[in-house]
Design a protein around this ligand. Structure first.
Ligand code: ADP
Length: 319
């Protein structure tokens, strides 16, 4: 393999830049020609492909978002769109593509592999919802952003003796809610993986009030229900005016943490190693601090799992 390309696709996440840098620099280190593809699969179909040198990825390791930009493309899901992308790759002589994104992007990479393009996927999403890796790139940064927000909301909740409901991202996964709830000392955590009765949450608030507690924090994963709905349900059951904060897209931005930069650097370089080793149609990850890879088939469609011990711990520590 002599020429490879890298693209970012789907939802962006902090640390994607560090992964792009690692792919480019490791590729050049190994003597490959490396191309950057702008705007994900859209740019791939439209030929937004540029040859990169060492300087192309300078001064990006600490930046959030993705310098390659990202996109969602319905056209790429069609055979016609995929053929356009293959034609572009062939015209540049590119044999291998590293795709940084979530499971949707992996499906796209799997399609490219079916046309004979060597592909390796790198998990880039704040949601931590990709099987085959303990952590996705961006999760740690988003977690820290949320914890910082919880701490700030706690200051005002405490001062004004209010119950606060905070809705966090995660798509169908509860990891961001669970980890931030545990780290932020939340009284209750609502995640899609565990069915929770609002009555139990109300009882907990009530018991807290009875023993002199003045404020509570409830973290709601967007995949379970909405923060507004939780406030409505609480108001229906008790004489309380909880405040709701929907953290929204601020969770996707910001400087990547040291952890995410290291993870992205390791996974980016590993992806290039695998391409040069002819291990293709695979996604890379980290398990128990070891680099691992699995065929896309093994990962796609596999249900996401939550750490139930951690959920139990969070409820034990917030009685
Ligand atoms: P993420 O990668 O963050 O999960 P999406 O699910 O939006 O984000 O997927 C990103 C892009 O990957 C889509 O816009 C589409 O272009 C491509 N993609 C997703 N599913 C498929 C598929 N089944 N076949 C081909 N391409 C796909």
């Amino acid at each position: 393999m002599k020429k490879i390309a890298v693209l970012t696709s789907g939802g962006d996440s902090p640390g994607m830049n560090a992964a792009v840098r690692a792919v480019v620099r490791k590729g050049l280190y190994l003597g490959l020609e490396v191309f950057g593809v702008y705007r994900g699969y859209t740019g791939l179909m439209e030929g937004e492909i540029k040859k990169f040198d060492l300087g192309s990825v300078g001064d990006i390791i600490h930046r959030g978002g993705t310098m390659l930009h990202s996109s969602r493309s319905e056209e790429f899901k069609t055979e016609e769109g995929q053929r356009k992308a293959i034609d572009q790759l062939m015209s540049h002589g590119i044999e291998g593509v590293v795709v940084i994104g979530g499971d949707g992007s992996y499906r796209g990479a799997q399609k490219l592999a079916e046309y004979g393009i060597a592909t390796v996927g790198i998990p880039g999403t704040i949601d931590n919802d990709i099987p085959g890796t303990d952590y996705t790139i961006g999760f740690d940064t988003a977690l820290n952003t949320i914890v910082d927000a919880i701490d700030k909301i706690r200051d005002t909740a405490m001062s004004h003796e209010k119950t606060s409901v905070i809705e966090v991202m995660g798509r169908d996964a509860g990891d961001l809610a669970l980890w931030s709830g545990l780290a932020g000392g939340a009284e209750s955590i609502m995640i899609p993986e565990v069915s929770i009765d609002i009555g139990g949450i109300v009882d907990k608030i009530q018991k807290g009030i009875e023993r002199g507690k003045k404020h509570s924090i409830i973290i709601v994963a967007e995949g379970s229900t909405s923060g507004v709905e939780v406030v409505k349900q609480i108001k229906n059951r008790m004489n309380l005016e909880p405040r709701v904060t929907i953290l929204g897209h601020l969770q996707r931005g910001g400087k990547p943490t040291g952890f995410d930069r290291v993870l992205a650097s390791r996974l980016g370089a590993y992806a290039v190693d695998l391409l040069t080793d002819n291990q293709v149609g695979v996604a890379v990850g980290i398990e128990q601090n070891k680099l691992v890879h699995y065929p896309f088939d093994k990962i796609l469609g596999k249900p996401h799992q939550i750490n139930t011990n951690m959920f139990e711990l969070a409820s034990q520590l917030s009685i």
